[in-house]
Design a binder for this molecule. Structure first.
Ligand code: BTN
Length: 243
């Protein structure tokens, strides 16, 4: 893929900007918008995404994934999560993917993503993956529970531009691979999961906590948990919390 990279010092949100641009002109697949600072960076659950100016990677990637069925749209999250993990693995140990698509270092979040799909019929016609990776930030001020940057882990600064190229390269590679065969990416996603082994504490959205083990992830993205009593429970994003 020939990625056009549009970089601006500041914007509200790279995903909002890319989405607006897509309305106004014809963009090629693989177009990337990146920023040094977002005045209104968007996170999951309507949260704000904290990122100090110039310290981290903030970018959004445009796909036209019409080979993906709407009811299997989770594969895009899997492609991007596995790509990010693979690049970060070259820098540090202990990187995992916390379902659905947070990237963790040990028990802390180093990267978050927001994938916004447009669906026509039974296919995904267009998708914007907005990705925030904490690279050189020293201190986090927001109430995000457990952020961490690569600099905090490794004690030195990294070249963000070089790293952006590595992330784009790996996303392209896995995306092309998925066009031929998604199975290996799904397998890589599953073996990379945070808490993939053993029983851990979860809480459902009526406030009941329970111990369970991750049994599977469905193609739609549902998390399948098996409780200590052997009961199978399936959750969509926002329906369960990792405690
Ligand atoms: C999360 O809450 O985990 C998702 C965070 C996603 C943040 C990225 S930063 C680049 C892109 N633009 C945004 O406004 N959000 C995403």
């Amino acid at each position: 893929m020939n990625n056009k990279i549009i970089h601006l010092k500041e914007m509200t949100s790279t995903s909002s900007y890319l989405s607006q641009l897509r309305e106004e002109e014809t963009l090629l697949e693989g177009t990337v918008v990146s920023a040094d600072y977002q005045s209104a960076g968007r996170g999951q659950r309507n949260n704000h995404w904290e990122s100090e100016a110039g310290k981290n990677l903030l970018f959004s990637f445009l796909f036209y994934p019409d080979f993906i069925k709407a009811n299997e749209q989770f594969i895009l999250s899997q492609i991007v999560s596995v790509a990010i993990k693979r690049v970060l693995d070259k820098y540090t140990k202990d990187i995992s993917i916390k379902w659905p698509n947070d990237i963790y270092w040990r028990d802390k979040k180093i990267c978050g993503m927001l994938i916004e799909n447009e669906i026509i019929g039974d296919r995904i016609s267009s998708s914007i993956a907005g990705i925030g990776i904490n690279i050189n930030q020293d201190v986090f001020h927001s109430d995000a529970p457990n952020p961490v940057s690569l600099k905090q882990i490794l004690g030195k600064e990294f070249n963000k531009d070089e790293m952006l190229q590595e992330f784009i390269f790996e996303i392209n590679r896995l995306y092309d691979q998925a066009k031929a065969n998604t199975e290996s990416i799904i397998a890589l996603y599953k073996i990379s999961l945070y808490r993939k082994e053993g029983f851990h504490l979860y809480m459902d959205n009526i406030g009941n906590s329970f111990n369970a083990i991750i049994e599977d992830i469905e193609p739609s993205g549902l998390l399948v948990l098996k409780t200590e009593r052997g009961e199978i429970r399936k959750f969509a994003f926002k329906e369960v919390k990792f405690l």
